[in-house]
Design a protein. Structure first.
Length: 398
């Protein structure tokens, strides 16, 4: 009887534990249900022989995962691993399974692709000289030297079928602005026999230093000599002109140096207080980077009275030489005269002190066109008479 009672107790105790377990699983599942999730992973290669390279293989794998919501919510690609094992495989095409490593509570339901097509090739290394290709038209007068690189050779490595296609390792330099030596770090490009670029190979080093010697040629250029004048002559005097001997010189220099040079200037010539012509032997200030056979010139600075130009308005017209029995009048009877000369003389002139003379000795009755002439003091000259011609009207005397 006691034994039967004990068995009954054990039965109910086990039943209670089973019911509790089921209830706990139910509650736990209700609070943290199983969910599914798609993720894309990078595909890694393992077991590759050091003498082989992968020519072709998928780079990514999509996985269909199932697990508790709490686990999948925190899952990142870093906690998973997608890989293929290439151990022992020879060059050629292979179909290998894709392995997915996931946390224990995460189940991998599906992977796409489940198998990866992988193409292997023998690893090959080849040493090539670096060739320099020059592009662009160099500036006029520039001479290009022989380009060189440091290092002179690079090593190309990768799949043997690709390495065998490579014929040239090339760098490019642009010479369109080259006026001095070019030194540049430039990338190396691999070309096949047709000049097409071959990609997917490793180049060591991938960047080299290219040097192109550049020498700029010399030219000659004839330019005028321009004197440099400083100071001022004595009061009432001014510079009336400058004579330089020789008036021009021939400069020698590079194209870039001389292309903007329009003249050669002299050392300063001081005119302070000068009362007469100043003659100096002066040196030339040549543009930097240029030279000339002539280093000195003779400059004669002509000093004269200060010149003034002025217009005298209303200068009367005077007619002379009218034949007997005739009368002449001018239309207009006054003109404007522009004169130039020493300042003190020109300032003293007045319209009444001058006369525009017209000779009518050959004029008969009628209207004639005549050119007036104006007499001015010595040292003064007439620049313009306006109008340049007038009408002379000749009629019989009354």
């Amino acid at each position: 009887m006691r034994r039967r009672l004990a068995n009954t107790r054990f039965f109910y105790a086990g039943l209670s534990f089973a019911i509790a377990t089921v209830m706990w699983l139910y509650v736990a599942t209700a609070q943290n249900p199983l969910i599914e999730r798609l993720m894309t992973l990078d595909l890694h290669v393992r077991g590759l022989s050091p003498t082989e390279v992968v020519v072709q293989a998928p780079s990514r794998v999509q996985v269909h995962l199932q697990g508790p919501r709490s686990a999948l919510a925190l899952l990142t690609p870093a906690l998973l691993d997608a890989s293929v094992d290439l151990s022992g495989l020879k060059p050629g095409e292979h179909r290998v399974p894709v392995y997915i490593a996931a946390p224990p509570d995460v189940h991998v339901m599906e992977r796409t692709p489940s198998e990866a097509v992988v193409v292997l090739d023998q690893l090959m290394r080849h040493r090539l000289p670096v060739e320099v290709t020059l592009i662009g038209v160099p500036p006029s007068g520039v001479t290009l030297g022989t380009p060189r690189t440091q290092p002179e050779y690079v090593e190309v490595s990768g799949a043997s079928t690709q390495v065998e296609e490579v014929r040239h390792a090339v760098v490019t330099l642009d010479t369109s602005q080259a006026r001095q030596q070019l030194v540049s770090s430039v990338p190396v490009h691999l070309l096949d026999a047709t000049g097409q670029e071959v990609r997917g190979l490793a180049v060591d080093p991938s960047i080299v230093q290219a040097t192109l010697p550049v020498r700029e040629g010399t030219i000659t250029k004839v330019v005028p000599v321009v004197p440099t004048l400083t100071g001022a002559p004595a009061a009432g005097l001014a510079v009336s002109g400058v004579t330089v001997t020789p008036a021009t010189i021939t400069l020698t220099g590079s194209v870039s140096t001389l292309q903007t040079v329009q003249s050669a200037v002299t050392a300063p010539i001081d005119l302070t207080g000068a009362r007469g012509d100043v003659t100096r032997r002066v040196t030339l200030s040549l543009p930097q980077g240029s030279s000339a056979a002539t280093q000195q010139v003779t400059a004669v600075v002509h000093i004269g009275r200060v010149q003034l130009a002025r217009i005298l308005q209303g200068v009367p017209v005077r007619i002379s030489g009218v034949s007997k029995g005739l009368t002449a009048r001018a239309a207009p009877d006054r003109v404007d005269v522009q004169v130039e000369g020493p300042q003190d003389m020109v300032q003293r002139l007045t319209p009444g002190a001058l006369a525009a003379q017209v000779d009518a000795s050959a004029a008969g009755r009628g209207t004639h066109r005549a050119t007036p002439r104006v007499a001015v003091p010595e040292g003064v000259r007439v620049l313009m008479i306006s109008p340049a011609q007038i009408s002379v009207i000749v009629t019989p005397s009354s």
